[in-house]
Write a protein that binds this ligand. Structure first.
Ligand code: PBG
Length: 324
């Protein structure tokens, strides 16, 4: 018998589309996707966000319609960010039952019922005039424990307004525990906590600042994580699990695929990842210049985040991708 070479031919399984799809290890299903959405107070028309082409600040009406589209497309959820007309030092709009986020949650929940998970961002940065995620001490640092009291109140407000899932994103120490305790105390023991466990101080949040009309000067390095650190992420995850998180999230996604993989190995809770504004903007900008194939780049991006170990992806492409 003649020696045959090469003995192994991996290309054999790549030769036909049906073969390739039969052995595909990873897929991105609509139910694994969540659309983040911005809703602004006092808008009469949706307003474009220039650094995120295709994403808008919604009116309540356009948000309601988008939520229905998400439900129809089979998405898992919609994550709401509220933009108040007036911001102040304590972010008081965040605790107002008639504030934009509470109103939007009630409206969206009434529209979609339990067909789509209604999720809320629990953080003060959209509501503070200084743009930080919490209230400040006299010396200008973010006051951890005073901020925790606001988060607990905010989470309860969101649950009462109809949120199925609350997402504390401010990186205050102890935020998951105080929110769990506060929710349970008023009978919302079924409200899910999606904990932004490992959230890095990232340059890739840039376009989000425009999206939420943020006035932040400086950065968030005294509370968000240093991009140099992996073990710090595992420690944050452990703390959030101990405090009662139901799902833990890694954010951003693309520059942190190793963190997603480590998170997946470190906990048995579902792992979410946030494919953030700067990741969106990079692909959209390159595609607009004709430098990359937009649809393939989107699909490859979402697939890579799933392959790294994320069960759930928050992405501005969620609705478009689910429809494809
Ligand atoms: C904080 C929050 C941010 C994002 C989500 N929640 C901004 C930040 O921490 O600076 C960023 C999301 C994105 O960039 O798409 N409320």
């Amino acid at each position: 018998m003649t020696a045959r070479y090469p003995v192994s031919r991996p290309r054999r399984l790549r030769s036909l589309p049906v073969l390739r799809s039969m052995i595909a290890e990873t897929s991105v299903q609509p139910r694994q996707l969540v659309l983040p959405a911005f809703v602004a107070e006092g808008l009469s028309e949706p307003r474009a966000i220039s650094s995120m082409p295709g994403v808008v600040q919604h009116t309540i009406d356009s948000l309601r319609r988008t939520a229905v589209e998400c439900a129809d497309a089979g998405l898992a959820g919609i994550m709401l960010f509220g933009l108040p007309e007036e911001k102040d030092a304590s972010g008081s709009g965040a605790l107002d039952p008639d504030g934009i986020l509470a109103v939007a949650l009630r409206e969206v929940r009434a529209e979609v019922g339990d067909e789509l998970l209604v999720m809320s961002d629990v953080c003060l940065d959209e509501f503070t005039d200084h743009g930080h995620c919490g209230v400040l001490t006299d010396s200008g640092l973010v006051d951890n424990d005073a901020t925790l009291r606001a988060y607990a109140e905010m989470a309860v407000l969101h649950a009462e307004a109809g949120a199925h899932v609350v997402g504390p994103s401010g990186m205050m120490d102890g935020q998951v525990g105080v929110i769990r305790t506060a929710l349970d105390a008023v009978g919302h023991s079924d409200t899910v906590i999606l904990a932004y466990a490992a959230k890095y101080a990232s340059a890739f949040y840039g376009p989000f600042r425009e999206a939420v009309n943020s006035s932040l000067s400086g950065d968030r390095r005294t509370y968000q994580q240093d991009p140099a650190n992996l073990r710090d992420a595992l420690r944050e995850i452990e703390l959030d699990v101990a405090e009662g998180a139901d799902i833990i999230m890694v954010k951003p996604a693309l520059a942190y695929l190793d963190v997603i993989a480590a998170a997946r190995a470190h906990t048995d809770l579902p792992v979410a990842a946030y494919n953030i504004s700067g990741e969106y903007a990079m692909v959209e900008a390159a595609a607009a210049n004709g430098w990359i194939d937009r649809e393939r780049a989107i699909s490859e991006t979402l697939t890579s985040i799933r392959r790294a170990g994320a069960d759930i992806i928050l992405s501005y492409w969620a609705l478009e991708h689910a429809r494809r």
